[in-house]
Write a protein that binds this ligand. Sequence first.
Ligand SMILES: *Cc1c(COP(=O)(O)O)cnc(C)c1O
Length: 336
Amino acid sequence: MEKKNLDWQSLGFGYVQTDLRYVANYRNGAWDQGGLTSQADITMNECACVLQYAQTCFEGMKAYTTEDGKIVCFRPDLNAARMADSCRRLEMPVFPEDRFVEAVCETVRANAAWVPPYGSGATLYIRPYMFGIDPVIGVKPASEYQFRVFVTPVGPYFKGGIRPLTVRISDLDRAAPRGTGHVKAGLNYAMSLYNITDAHRQGYDENVYVDSATRTFIEETGGANIVFIKDGTLVTPHSDTILPSITRRSLLYVAKEYLGMNVEERPVALSEIGDFTECGLCGTAAVISPVGAIDDHGTVHTYAGMGPTIQKLYDTLTGIQLGRLPAPEGWIKVIE
Ligand SMILES: *Cc1c(COP(=O)(O)O)cnc(C)c1O
């Protein structure tokens, strides 16, 4: 198959319209058969529930070209399960998990020419999402929904590629106790836009949120979980209000089983962040991006950036994803 003629190396993290996307519709209490379409635009009523009350959730995952030329994706069953959780929390119908994985594979296969080649540093970002589409004016869930999957080739998430990030401790909150911080709802991002724009204006790459109940524990950033390193131990915050990152869960396993490190998933106090030597942000888009500094209201804690441990974690995880290292059972789904 002939690849698209793109400058893969210089791709940023942006939307590029690809050839085909998957659409399924939920009406009268059931999902239709679904299928691929070339139509990238969506027409809906002015009063669609998603437009009025933001009833929408999404997933983010990637397809990779492996060293031996296969197209694969990484743990899609976990994205399917997480989207089901998001749907239940938002009163949306679950798109069956096996159909989710099938739809993802079908969309990637149909856009194989857009999957960046091995060694280019780029990947194919996959965006499954769902929204309430019929008119709703009184506050209640929609009764009709659309599930979609599109793909777009991407480079690094943070501008300038892999470089140490400077982040700040945020004064605004991301997630309330017993709220929606643990699901991938669009509303969690809408309310973060003011703060991320302000952070960029002030020269920071991201906001680090603390727990909104006590403001004494580290949670995560706007779009990535956070990990810390101290004396060969990987420490990551445990909290009911952070998004359960598949990258973070995979890194914990990799640290323990591949690198023989100790791992701790526990509350991480704001007062202890100066004790760590390395820090990273992790997510599908960020992979593991090194943090060089956390600014806590003028007290700046510095870290090794792409230090030896973050580098090892990065190399091992991407090694598994790109087929250079053996993967744990079930982690790699071969698409073609
Ligand atoms: C999607 C997301 C992440 C990363 O999750 P992955 O499964 O690793 O991609 C982290 N934090 C937030 C708030 C997210 O929305």
